[in-house]
Ligand binder design. Structure first.
Ligand code: LLP
Length: 429
């Protein structure tokens, strides 16, 4: 139970809305997101960073959940965003997002995407590689605009929940290496590019980070890099982006850090480091995605068929699967769940929750104690707000579920459920 998911009587309520009523109204499976929780998280970014330290900007990492509704909420709290494609930028702009608060990321920004971003007023780029420097310079010069370039450097810190989401180590496709002088060559090239203003440095050590040490190591390294830049080029960096990766609680075995603690640790190291050399303190950015929306999400499924293999395993199947949650099969991610309409009962049945996709790896939860799941029951799976809808697919031509926001006893659809017509919308007859 969290502050917004409560059991009353036998039923699960989300922001005071009965989970089974949501399924009746919007269908199943259903992504429910607590707007109350998202607001709480954005408010933490505001009060513990924007209001507390001058010249800071938390960015919401779009990739975790991108739609117009979330961008509108982020805007309300003065939070910026990071985008990794022209598509994400386009959705944000359609929501009315200020292009000046968009940071454009990605290890292979296409010429068409760079052009789209620049034509639409996006001026902050996280520069990833040498080819990009040439492309950005060429396109910015053609359009006669200036770009602020943050140079992405891999700090060589190895942290985070899974190999695929540990991206700060040496062997990664992202950013310029820091274990040789590659990053210095990149910075020189950016400084020399007439249409790119060298704005600072960026790092991202990984995702679902639960050790403060990862940020401490990366920030100490970045202070050293800032000194080096000052000594070699005579430039004090204007911005320092410490990346995202703030962990959340999926199950009882997760022990996430407090946002406040991570931010004050980061700020402390940077401010002390810059003060030591009398360098003007930089603008500090972070870019959490999962932290903002992860715990807000609850996916509601309807339980269908079952298969009991004597002495081996009891399977129950639900009406979604790897199409709406790829994380279980891709990362072996762990989740908690309850039977929403029996939430007050004792969870005394050991089952494995399977999806309905035609793939034997389509298992949502391996071994969980549930309240005697029967066909027609509603299974509520927690912490599905980040990288679920945004990583969903139409495998097996399953229509994508709707996304519903709940807030103070009310619900509203923010993304409608796909229909069979949507499944052929791009087919050319
Ligand atoms: N900044 C950069 C440069 C990133 O690469 C990422 C995530 C973030 C920020 C946001 O990370 P967060 O705070 O959400 O952990 N699909 C995976 C996660 C991939 C993350 C990729 N980059 C998952 O489902 O766990």
């Amino acid at each position: 139970q969290t502050e917004f998911a409560q059991i009353k009587g036998n039923d699960l309520y989300i922001d005071d809305v009965k989970a089974t009523d949501l399924v009746k109204q919007y269908g199943s499976p259903l992504y429910v997101m607590s707007e109350g929780h998202i607001r709480k998280q954005f408010n933490t970014l505001k009060t513990k960073m924007i209001d507390k330290y001058e010249n800071t900007l938390p960015l919401f990492a779009s990739k975790s959940f991108s739609c117009k509704a979330i961008y509108k909420l982020a805007m309300e709290y003065g939070v910026g965003i990071d985008c990794v494609s022209a598509g994400e930028i386009s959705v944000a702009l359609k929501a009315g997002f200020d292009p000046k608060k968009i940071y454009f990321h990605g290890n292979n920004k296409l010429p068409s995407e760079i052009q789209y971003a620049l034509e639409n007023g996006v001026e902050n780029f996280v520069i990833d590689n040498f080819y990009e420097i040439e492309l950005v310079e060429e396109i910015a010069s053609k359009l006669n605009v200036m770009v602020n370039g943050l140079v992405r450097i891999t700090p060589g810190v190895y942290a985070g929940g899974h190999d695929y989401i540990r991206v700060g180590a040496k062997d990664t496709k992202f950013g310029f290496s820091s274990h040789d002088n590659t990053y210095l060559k990149a910075i020189k090239k950016v400084i020399d590019a007439p249409h790119i203003n060298f704005d600072g440095i960026h790092c991202h050590v990984g995702s679902q980070i639960e050790e403060i040490q990862a940020y401490v190591l990366a920030m100490n390294k970045f202070v050293d890099i800032a000194y080096e830049i000052y000594d070699i080029f005579g430039i004090v960096i204007n911005k320092l982006n410490a990346g995202g990766g703030f962990g959340i609680q999926y199950t009882a075995s997760d022990h996430p850090l407090e946002f406040d603690d991570v931010v004050s640790t980061i700020m402390d190291i940077i401010y002390k480091g810059f003060d030591r050399r009398n360098m003007k303190r930089p603008m500090v950015l972070v870019e959490p995605g999962r932290y903002c929306v992860g715990n807000a999400g609850i996916t509601l499924y309807t339980v269908g068929s079952y298969k009991y293999i004597r002495d081996i395993r009891d399977y129950i199947s639900v009406d979604g699967g790897m199409t709406d949650n790829i994380r279980s099969s891709l990362y072996n991610a762990k989740y908690d769940a309850v039977i929403a309409n029996k939430a007050g009962e004792k969870a005394d049945h050991l089952v494995t929750v399977a999806g309905k996709n035609c793939e034997s790896g389509d298992i949502l939860i391996k071994d969980i104690m549930l309240q005697d799941p029967q066909p027609g029951d509603i299974l509520a799976m927690f912490s599905t707000g980040a990288y679920h809808y945004s990583m969903s697919s139409n495998y097996n031509q399953l229509p994508k579920p709707a996304v519903v926001f709940t807030y103070q006893g009310h619900s509203k659809e923010v993304i409608r459920r796909q229909t069979f017509d949507d499944l052929v919308a791009y087919d050319v007859d």
